[in-house]
Design a protein around this ligand. Sequence first.
Ligand SMILES: Nc1ncnc2c1ncn2[C@@H]1O[C@H](COP(=O)(O)OP(=O)(O)O)[C@@H](O)[C@H]1O
Ligand SMILES: [Mg+2]
Length: 258
Amino acid sequence: MVPLLKIASIETLYYDRIYALHGLSLEVREKEIFTVLGPNGAGKTTLLKTIAGLLKDQPKKGTIEFLGKRIHRLPPEHISVLGIVYVPEDRGLFRELTVKENLDLGWWGRRDRGIRDDFEFVFELFPILKERATQEAETLSGGEQQMLAMARAMLRRPKLLMLDEPSLGLAPLVARHVYDALSRISQAGTTILLVEQNAKMALGIADFGYIMESGRIVLEGTSKELQENEDVKEFYLGLGGEAISPKGWRLYKKRRTW
Ligand SMILES: Nc1ncnc2c1ncn2[C@@H]1O[C@H](COP(=O)(O)OP(=O)(O)O)[C@@H](O)[C@H]1O
Ligand SMILES: [Mg+2]
């Protein structure tokens, strides 16, 4: 079966000389949750931006195929129309617009009859958004903003939903709620590519994971395989999903087996 997304040996550079992605390859199968884990600076955000077409003239090398067709170096609007929707780390909301107005921007341009069902689905996932409908987005809590960004993304009916560290900065219970919603979105048939530093949460819902360091994939496997891997356990799971401290990181570089 052709994977939904197939990335082969891409290289993305900043200022034509700083390598952020260094011959990275990965695949995302339809209807599954894939996660890319890695420490700060590994290149996770750059990867999602490269897929979404947000970095001009990147990737410099390699190919990205979506549903068997090449999409690398297409304009971002074109990639989004194909069904790739990206929730950035800063959530990308219009801060001075209300919750409802932000949601309406999500389905803008759609003409099908499924919009009402999709609204129902996102309000069922995040009932708080209905209560906050007339409130400006900037007055929402961090968790509510993440929920709004995810709801708005779902109103575009993505074929591939990409999220950049959705649990970042959220209290554990709120992060749990966001992750439960991701599971339900997946069960309803949407393919998810999730980038995280929080390995524990991400492997808890993902089917398959990649470990990324310095712009490369250094390890891949099913969530179960990664959860049982000694290095992953020690350096990604043992620290409770917190970012690795500089001291721990040096130790890690010395001792890791990949
Ligand atoms: N706009 C930018 N200009 C120059 N370098 C950047 C820019 N964004 C990211 N980088 C560099 O690219 C590398 C990967 O960054 P990033 O993709 O943000 O990693 P992550 O999301 O895993 O923390 C880092 O070394 C970072 O400093
Ligand atoms: Mg990032």
